[in-house]
Each structure stands twice: as C-alpha cells, then as structure tokens.
Design a protein around this ligand. Sequence first.
Ligand code: ZN
Length: 142
Amino acid sequence: MISQNIINRIIEEVDIVDTVASYIALTPKGKNYWAVCPFHDDSNPSMSVSREKKFFKCFSCGTSGNVISFVQKYEHISYTDAAIKLAKKIGVDIDEFDTPEYRKNKQFYQAMDEAKNFYQFYLNNTAEGLKAKLYLEERNIN
Ligand code: ZN
C-alpha cells in the first residue's frame, strides 16, 4: 500500500506532460498538449494533456486520468506499480519508507537514531566517555 500522501505528491510533482511525452509524441496547441490516443484506434490527435490540471483526457474514447493512471494504462501494470515507478522520479523510495511497518515504527527508529548519535558523541568526546569506551573495549564490545 502506498499512502495517499505519496500518491498526491506524485500527481503534484511528476510532470504529466514530460511523462506522457516519454511514451508518445505530444504537440503543443494552446494551453494543452495533444496526442494520437494510444488507448483506441485513433488517427487524429484526440487526447489532450494538461500540465496545469495534471490530467489527460481522450475526447474520442473517454479515457482520462492523472499521471499515474496514464502509466498504469499504457504499461498495463497496476496503479501501485505505476506509482512506485513514478515515485522514484521525485526521489521517494517507497519500498523503504512507505511500508505500514516503517510508518508505525518511525518515531522509534528516530529515537534510536538520536540515542545512538548521543552515545557515540559522548563516548568519543568526553573524559567519562573515554573511561566507558575503554571498559567496553576491554569487554570486546565494539
Ligand atoms: Zn482514446
């Protein structure tokens, strides 16, 4: 599962015009871009892509959606897989950071990280820390 928050970021931040243009030819006309629709047997460009509205729509077959649904439909993959693919473009690693487990434990991971930084600093930078460090070394604790 991908959080709605990430889905919204993808739709907001991934450029739909650039993404669609990486699959099919787009022609600028007015505010929008136009293409021969890949989802039906099209001869005249009937598909419009709007950077402003972050949306595409074919006025002939009615296929429409956002950048994620375009990739989903074009590549015949799931909505989630399309989202994962696009998330990489905005530097979001979904596998690592968007699992329910990570979200549930996020504050604990952060607390552990801060505690680790504190003790590391204390052991390396204070007289008491040095004593503790020598003791740990004696006990072969790295
Ligand atoms: Zn169409």
